[in-house]
Design a protein around this ligand. Sequence first.
Ligand SMILES: *[C@@H]1O[C@H](CO)[C@@H](O)[C@H](O)[C@H]1NC(C)=O
Ligand SMILES: *[C@@H]1O[C@H](CO)[C@@H](O)[C@H](O)[C@H]1NC(C)=O
Length: 406
Amino acid sequence: MGPQTPLLVLLLLSLPKSLQGQQQHLVEYMERRLAALEERLAQCQDQSSRHAAELRDFKNKMLPLLEAAEKERETLRSEADTIAGRVDRLEREVDYLETQNPAPPCIEVDEKATGGPGPKTKGRRNEKYDILTECSHTISQVRSMKILKRFGSSAGMWTKDPLGHSEKIFVLDGTQNDTAYVFPRLRDFTLSTAARKASRVRLPFPWVGTGQLVYGGFLYYARRPPGGPGGGEDRGDMLQLIKFHLANRTVVDSSVFPAEGLIPPYGLSKDTYIDLAADEEGLWAVYATQEDDQHLCLAKLDPQTLDTEQQWDTPCPRENAEAAFVICGALYVVYNTRPASRARVQCSFDASGALTPEQAAHPYFPRRYGAHASLRYNPRERQLYAWDDGYQIVYKLEMRKKEEEV
Ligand SMILES: *[C@@H]1O[C@H](CO)[C@@H](O)[C@H](O)[C@H]1NC(C)=O
Ligand SMILES: *[C@@H]1O[C@H](CO)[C@@H](O)[C@H](O)[C@H]1NC(C)=O
């Protein structure tokens, strides 16, 4: 019975006899209520223990399922790891095989490029280049890749000024525009709020392609002259070079590029007609003409006057070329496929003759998103600023000495 019973009995005993009949009823009533309460309590206990049991059952059923799921996840993860490992190994093997059988497109036509003045030679064409600096290194491999940002459209150019010690980053988005972005330093460019930090420089004429260059405080770029011969929309056979002072925002010089019948030098980048490059030696231009529509030409430019100092016909094919850069007077052309896979330096041409095609390395670039729209070499940092399908990438290069000429 409940704990209230002794109290009730006491209550009962202390009451006068005349009330005992009624009290008897009260006690019975209370006892009935208590019994009912107890029954309900018991029912509750019963129910909650049933719930607890159900919960336990549920847990017992779920645990093995959870464990199985976890195990499956593990298996999947390790399988993915294995597959990634295998792909890496395959790629390394392919790289290795290809370095064993390089068949660089340069070799077959090499005679023509280095074999003295041919019938096409005029002026200082295809003469050996006398190197101006102590520069004697060549690329041995692409050591690392850092993807810094995704900014702008699929084609463009970004760079630091390789001369001088400014940390400014220059970004020219698109293949035909007149507004360049300038970021105070690399960190500002990588911020998500980058666009707010940028100053905009409006050029007097829009650029063509992605061949522009920042060098010694000037922006060098090609434009289509208005109206004149070749000034039509779809013919880029004559272009004007512009030298624009970035701080003063003035055009300080311009000249018509002295090559007729210009065609896009890179088979995979149809918008660029003149690709400018800077190295330890100065300023260079990569282009191609209808005269030899299979191979690239290289010119050394005077950064002061924009005059062409020397020109060379290189053995590097246009077909499947996507971009190029110059290091110590040697041109390195990067090839790819369409659709893009892995880019690789597959042809080099040393205007000074110190590096023979046989001695040149043919490094691969790491796997990427798409195709390189531009590659800008920075001699001070020995790295390339690349624009790859809207991603801005820095490649660190590993160098070695050019072998002595025999
Ligand atoms: C340059 O690019 C901006 C932004 O993409 C665009 O709004 C503008 O129209 C372009 N200007 C020219 C001259 O193409
Ligand atoms: C830039 O402007 C300053 C001041 O007007 C002038 O002295 C200097 O020669 C200019 N530089 C160039 C490269 O035009």
